[in-house]
Design a protein around this ligand. Sequence first.
Ligand code: KIV
Length: 266
Amino acid sequence: MDRVTVPMIQQKKEKGEKISVLTAYDFPFAKLVDEAGIDMILVGDSLGTVIQGKESTLPVTMDQMIYHTRMVTRAAKQALVVGDMPFMSYQTGMDATIENAGRFLKEAGAAAVKLEGGAGVVDRIAALTRYDIPVMAHIGLTPQSIHRMGGYKIQGRSPSQAKQLVADAKALESAGAFSLVLEGIPISVAQEITATVKIPTIGIGAGPDCDGQVLVLHDLLGLMTRFQPKFVRRYADLSTIASEAFRHFKSDVESGKFPSQEEGYQ
Ligand code: KIV
């Protein structure tokens, strides 16, 4: 299979083909995701919660994102890799935005970046697009806005909020975003946005009408046991499998069953 490119992602919408996206943060999982034929791998700043065990994504740094994105691009032979711009890597100014976004392509081998926000980040997206850095936009429940939202709450429920989201989506498309993540918004709002813009929408907790779907890898694999949002479908229960393996190993070590003669050198 050929490497997935930005134009290929855009053509998928035109052809009515759904787009699959998963997050990954390291070499072994990125390799499995890539080999499964997933279209895009997002190195999400969700690594703050699922890898680092923090309460939010806010503490994640640019250097950490570059470190993880490198591992993922080393493994991904087909999927388009998108690096997620962490909190305060694009909010502080245009020069910082361009420099930090450029690092994902130059130092980490990503093909695109993602950043959160609506009308407020249109100038950032226009500049990055002008310098040939493809941008995936992200609106709705934007985790970096946790304090403004007062928690991880569904957005766009009131008619005025819904109208604002549609307006944001149009502005982000005009600024040059090549795709748009819709997170935590009502199905009807996601449907309207998807029908309004020409760029593909990638939903997470936004219903079935989006042009594609993204899930956090650790949610899908059942590795995040502390909280499971309603929109997560758990395709495997790796927590149970891993913990059974660890207990089995402990008991084999304690009983002398591991290692056997065959597992040693003569
Ligand atoms: O950081 C992340 O993993 C994300 C996805 C949930 C879209 O932003």
